[in-house]
Design a protein around this ligand. Structure first.
Ligand code: B3K
Ligand code: ZN
Length: 883
């Protein structure tokens, strides 16, 4: 397989000014006719061959300026079609290909999902439809004519505006779509099938009326209300916060059950997997509702950050994804609760991105090379990328950030650009220079920031000394220091923020506050090693560091346990209040893990119990915040901090703490469950969701005790639940303990929901992620359950992905979990390489475990890389994991 490098980027030899596509959709074959107006590229030499990408295509004909090319005038191999000597100047190219969407299980290019045609072209799927310069810096205006049987495919959709439609012979009909905006091929989309739609409208800030349609099989239309609400909220928000208005008269969302990713931002024709659109209170949880809001927002926001301004090449992916994730995070924060959203986003980063950044697949948010681009749609490019965008806002403030965004659009609308272009717009708009900041784009690895503090009562100064270390990652043994913004507040002994007047560093004194405008949080920016001295500090403060998680780093501070308990109880920065609890919990868990490994009796620190009790009793706190604050860090997070990850010890310790807390806080937990029941109809708003979150968290603690009274309580909650959030949480609580109650509840749930495939996916996921001993056998059995289907990514992610997320069973000592995954990956790879490669990633951290586990996992990886006919997708992940 060929590795592609960022440093080898060259502009395209030819430009495509206009693309007219025609699809004749059929049951056995689909004929695609592509007419392209080609002109010489800016740097292309006149006589350069025209090299087009293509994959799994049957070429029927190729014409240049109306004349069919002869055999010697072009060559075709399995990846390219090359026209050896194209005419000078502008010319017309016409290519006819034959494709077989009904056989396409890769879900890339044109394929069928439950009888309907749909497309997925990002990153390099357009080349499975026709021969093309399939790269994002080739932008063209498109038309798309679709012809199909009218009964089987009454709805025909593509990008832009519908300009003509009508009937044809033989029961067929056609639709002609025209997209007035230039776009790269990855944003092309086509949908044809039997679909109903929910229609609504939105009037933009300039008064244009936009028709909004959400398409789905008719029976699911009632479940599209929340997605429509989310879309309108997103359109409104983007106008208010960024001054960005929608640019066409029509916006379509189509729901398909079979989809590799969450959703796709095709111009004016977003395509979503069902889970991220369909919701009703009875069938979707608060988490699902929140995900729909976020992803509908995300895809809509791409219209500007991704579509109007796109990426020059795929290495720049974070330019659109990091920025758009940042935008959807902000959107969800503004509509819900900012602190809770921030906690969720930082947790996601820690649980998924930190391990990636410390493993064999570690890459900068802008990778230097790839074999398969699809493997780089990662938590690093997306979530760490969003943190990098967030740092601009932290440094420049909300209005400075907005100025940077405005300049970015002013300069680059209609262009395919790079991360440097975004950086330059941000810096230029703020008259700033931050050369070291670009390291965030090129260096992988999570920096560790060390902080030590000291107070000098005689001079009334408080000093913070910072240093940093960026760990080596594959291909980057030595790192340059990074530019890190650290938001800091100083908390006095009564728990109040001290006013910060001035800070001295590097020989200069910086005034922070004027008399009428006190400052309580300031952003210190440092590279390498630096000392900051705050003046006029009347007593020894407790520093609140990295407020709001101002940079994606690991913080290693000299705060004492009592400082952390103090911050947990007092910090005005609610994120850091939660964080103080997490730091305490991580320390506690690590020390108990050591005790467990030395076979000592486990004892829970009573101060920790007290700290959580007072959070639980504090009625002035947000309920969802309380739920998050009493939730222990995940097993993965703790394993990540150990020299040799020990899943059994971490699991045992986490369960011990959970049960011990449940026992000691039982009355408070029972009271919280009782007082947070509600008979109100389901509402998607922060207060109702927070109430349910707290109730469900407390119920899970209680049920871990496995005592008759709490089991009865959980059963009662399960039976009386009127929404999926509470029903599923009760089921989850009950299923912690193996036995008849668990089995009966799982069966009852399946019987109730067997006809709702999204709920059945949850049922798969719940069992797959279970910690109950020997679960691999159960998961193996579920593979042949009639409701399971290896071709449906959502089900694969639920059952197989879910299983790999369960530390004890996936990492079972006997290797049964590894063996299971190894076999499944090979099977899946034949069906869908993108999905298989996401699954094989579960092996990538095999070196973190003991020697016995290492050997077992390595054997599976070796078996996989040596398999015949392995996809490049799986090969890249598996071979890099072994390297
Ligand atoms: N841009 C798409 C992802 C496409 C994945 C290609 N393998 C979804 C998104 O980030 O909005
Ligand atoms: Zn995106």
């Amino acid at each position: 397989p060929k590795e592609i490098f960022l440093k080898d980027y060259r502009k395209p030899d030819y430009l495509f000014d206009k693309v007219d596509l025609q699809f004749q959709l059929g049951e056995e074959k689909t004929i695609v006719t592509t007419k392209i107006v080609v002109s010489p590229g800016v740097e292309g030499s006149i006589s350069a061959p025209l090299v087009l990408h293509g994959c799994d295509l049957k070429l029927l004909s190729i014409k240049v300026n109306g004349t069919e090319l002869k055999g010697e005038e072009y060559t075709v191999d399995s990846r390219h079609l090359t026209v050896s000597t194209p005419p000078a100047g502008v010319f017309n190219l016409e290519i006819v290909t034959e494709i077989y969407p009904q056989l396409n299980t890769s879900l890339e290019g044109l394929y069928k999902s439950t009888g309907n045609f749909c497309t997925q072209c990002e990153a390099e799927g357009f080349r499975k439809i026709t021969y093309f310069q399939d790269r994002p810096d080739v932008m063209a205006k498109y038309t798309c004519r679709i012809e199909a049987d009218k009964t089987l495919y009454p709805v025909l959709l593509s990008n832009g505006n519908l300009i003509e439609q009508g009937d044809l012979e033989d029961g067929k009909h056609f639709a002609l779509w025209e997209d007035p905006f230039k776009k790269p091929s990855y944003l092309f989309a086509l949908v044809a099938g039997q679909l109903g739609c929910r229609e609504d409208s939105f009037v933009t800030c300039s008064g244009r009326n936009v028709t909004l349609r959400i398409w789905t099989p008719a029976q699911d239309l009632p479940k599209t209300a929340h997605a429509m609400y989310s879309l309108k909220a997103a359109m409104q928000w983007d106008e208010e916060v960024f001054g960005l208005e929608y640019d066409l008269d029509l916006f379509n969302i189509v729901v398909v059950p079979d989809f590799n990713m969450g959703a796709m931002e095709n111009k004016s024709l977003n395509i979503f997997q069902s889970r991220l659109v369909l919701a009703s209170p009875e069938t979707a949880t608060d988490g699902d509702y929140a995900a729909i809001l976020g992803v509908v927002g995300h895809e809509y926001f791409h219209n500007w950050t991704g579509n109007r301004v796109t990426c020059r090449d795929w290495f720049q992916l974070t330019l659109k994804e990091g920025l758009t994730v940042f935008r959807d995070q902000e959107f969800s924060s503004d509509l819900g609760c900012r602190t809770v959203k921030r906690i969720a986003d930082v947790s996601k980063l820690r649980i998924y991105q930190f391990p990636q950044d410390a493993g064999p697949m570690a890459h900068p948010i802008r990778p230097h090379s790839y074999i398969k681009m699809d493997n780089f749609y990662t938590v690093t490019v997306y979530e760490k990328g969003a943190e990098v965008v967030r740092m601009y806002k932290t440094m420049f403030g909300a209005s400075g950030f907005r100025k940077g965004m405005d300049l970015y659009f002013q300069r680059h609308d209609g262009q395919a650009v790079t991360c440097e272009d975004f950086y330059a717009a941000m810096c230029d708009a703020n008259n700033a220079q931050l050369p070291h900041f670009l390291q965030w784009y090129s260096q992988a690895g999570t920096p560790t920031v060390k902080v030590s503090s000291s107070y000098d009562p005689s001079s009334q100064t408080f000093s913070l000394k910072f240093s940093q270390e960026v760990p080596p990652t594959p291909g980057q043994p030595v790192k340059e220091p990074m530019f890190i913004p650290v938001a800091v507040g100083l908390v006095d002994s009564t728990g109040k923020d001290m006013p910060l007047t001035s800070v001295y560093s590097d020989g200069t004194l910086q005034t922070l506050a004027s008399d009428d405008k006190p400052v309580f949080t300031t952003v210190l920016q440092f590279k390498k090693e630096e000392e900051f001295i705050f003046e006029n500090i009347p007593e020894k403060p407790v520093p609140s560091l990295l407020r709001g998680y101002s940079a994606p780093v690991r913080l290693d501070s000299d705060l004492s346990e009592s400082d952390l308990f103090f911050l947990l109880a007092n910090d005005s920065d609610e994120f850091n209040r939660w964080e103080a609890g997490q730091v305490l919990a991580r320390k506690l868990m690590l020390s108990l893990v050591a005790d467990f490994q030395q076979q000592k009796t486990l004892v829970l620190n009573p101060k920790f119990v007290d700290g959580l009790r007072s959070i639980l009793r504090n009625t002035s706190l947000d309920k969802e915040f309380i739920a998050k604050a009493i939730t222990l860090p995940g097993q993965g997070e703790i394993m990540d901090m150990m020299a040799v990850a020990d899943p059994d010890a971490v699991h045992a310790v986490r369960n011990f703490i959970k049960k011990e807390l449940a026992l000691q806080l039982k009355d408070d937990l029972l009271a919280a469950v009782a007082s947070n029941r509600s008979s109100e109809a389901y509402m998607f708003n922060h207060n109702s969701m927070a109430r349910r979150a707290l109730k469900n968290t407390c119920l899970a603690y209680l049920a871990s005790l496995n005592e008759p009274d709490v089991t009865e309580l959980a059963l009662h909650e399960y039976k009386t639940a009127t929404n999926m959030t509470e029903q599923f949480a009760a089921l989850l609580a009950l299923s912690q303990n193996p036995g008849k109650v668990r089995d009966d509840a799982l069966l009852d749930f399946y019987n109730q929901w067997q006809n709702d495939y999204l709920v059945v996916s949850k049922w798969f996921a719940l069992q797959a992620t279970s910690d109950i001993p020997g679960n691999v056998v159960n998961v193996q059995k579920l593979l042949s359950h009639p409701a399971f289907d290896m071709r449906n990514p959502n089900k694969v992610y639920s059952l197989i992905g879910g299983f790999c997320g369960s530390p004890v069973n996936f990492h079972a000592k006997d290797g049964s979990g590894y063996k299971f995954l190894g076999e499944v990956v090979l099977q899946l790879d034949k069906i869908n390489p993108q999905v298989a490669s996401r699954m094989v990633s579960a092996f990538s951290r095999w070196r973190r475990y003991d020697e016995n586990r290492q050997a077992l996992a390595k054997a599976q990886l070796e078996m996989i890389v040596s398999a015949n006919g392995l996809s490049e997708n799986v090969y890249e992940i598996a071979s890099k994991s072994l390297a």
